[in-house]
Design a protein around this ligand. Structure first.
Ligand code: DAH
Length: 340
């Protein structure tokens, strides 16, 4: 009778195990068949009712049934996990032939392109890049540049003040002073950066703009060195054959001072719309560093001389790409920017 029960259990168990649809039902089958409260345990509990002769025979049979069920479970579970892995691999497969999501790469701003070129050109002449703060003291921005509180040249630049002594710098010339205070000649630096002035925005003006300052201090520097450096910069930016014109001017911190014009490359100096009939386009301010400025920074003006210049990056960029409105540089219109 017990033998019969064991045989039936084996039959049903093997059928259940082999027919289990997934690992969860396989596990359920294992528990209900072989678990502590499972069917085999229930049958074994009846062993006590057997005669001493029958007991070892039934015991052996019970072990055989358990072994059969266990090996069926093992086999089924191996088959099943293999099948489930195969299915997951199929479900999670990636079709590498599908087109990807387009990635629109950004690019450098036209002013950055020009600045990068200018930096490269000056690095080639032995200059390095110096930086100074945008929030500046009136001392570095004006006084140290021979432009005291009552100087008329200060008027148009008397602009964004935080307090009586602190402003948004109006020119990168302030960096000249900071560099000369901190280093000994020979000095050769350029200093690009943002500047701010009270200006109405139009096609050629902005209250926020960019300059590159240049400064060289050494024994025996002359206007010829200034001209050579600027000619090298302009040739590097605009190509062979660009012509510069140095026009006498006044800046408080240079003596002599010159404004530098570029011959219009549209009309080669004849006069056209681009240069407003002038034949020349004003590009930058420059000069030989004023002895008083050198002395104020602890540099002996009897031994050393220097040249300096300041140029607007916007102006360089408009010329380079023949752009007629400065506002295009600041509006962040992708249709404009993607052309460079
Ligand atoms: N700081 C002047 C400006 O903003 C430009 C300039 C002129 C810079 C002469 C210089 C210089 O270094 O020597 O218009």
């Amino acid at each position: 009778m017990l033998k019969q029960e064991l045989e039936t259990l084996r039959e049903r168990a093997l059928a259940a195990v082999n027919g289990a649809p997934d690992t969860a039902s396989l596990e359920n089958a294992r528990i209900s068949l072989l678990g502590k409260k499972g069917e085999l345990t229930a049958i074994l509990k009846q062993m006590g009712t057997l005669s001493p002769e029958e007991r070892p025979v039934m015991g052996a049979l019970a072990n055989e049934v358990r072994a059969d069920i266990e090996s069926a479970l093992e086999k089924a579970s191996a088959v099943m996990s293999e099948r489930e892995l195969a299915k997951r691999l199929e479900d999670e497969a990636i079709d590498v032939t599908l087109p990807g999501t387009p990635f629109r790469a950004g690019r450098r701003h036209p002013m950055q392109l020009v600045l990068d070129d200018v930096v490269k050109i000056f690095l080639g002449m032995g200059f390095s890049v110096a930086e100074g703060p945008e929030v500046e003291t009136t001392y570095y921005c004006f006084d140290a540049l021979n432009t005291g509180p009552d100087h008329p040249a200060r008027d148009p630049q008397d602009t964004f003040y935080f307090d009586a002594d602190t402003i948004l710098r109006t020119q990168t010339s302030s960096v000249q002073i900071r560099v000369m205070e901190q280093s000994k000649p020979p000095i050769r630096i350029i200093s690009p950066g943002k500047c701010y002035r009270k200006d109405e925005v139009d096609a050629t003006h902005s209250a926020h703009f960019h300059q590159i300052e240049g400064l060289a201090v050494d024994k025996g520097l002359t206007m010829a060195d200034l001209k050579g450096a600027l000619q090298t910069m302009m040739t590097g930016l605009y190509g062979e054959g660009v012509k510069l014109r140095f026009r006498p001017h006044h800046f408080p911190y240079t003596e002599p001072s010159a404004e530098v014009d570029l011959q219009c490359f549209e009309c080669k100096g004849a006069g056209c719309r681009m240069c407003k009939g002038e034949g020349w386009i004003e590009m930058l301010g420059s000069g030989m560093v004023h002895p008083a400025v050198l002395e104020r920074c602890g540099i002996d003006s009897e031994v050393y001389s220097g040249f300096a210049f300041g140029v607007g990056i916007e102006r360089l960029t408009l010329m380079r790409y023949k752009i007629n409105d400065l506002r295009l540089l600041f509006e962040n219109d992708a249709r404009f920017l993607k052309q460079f």
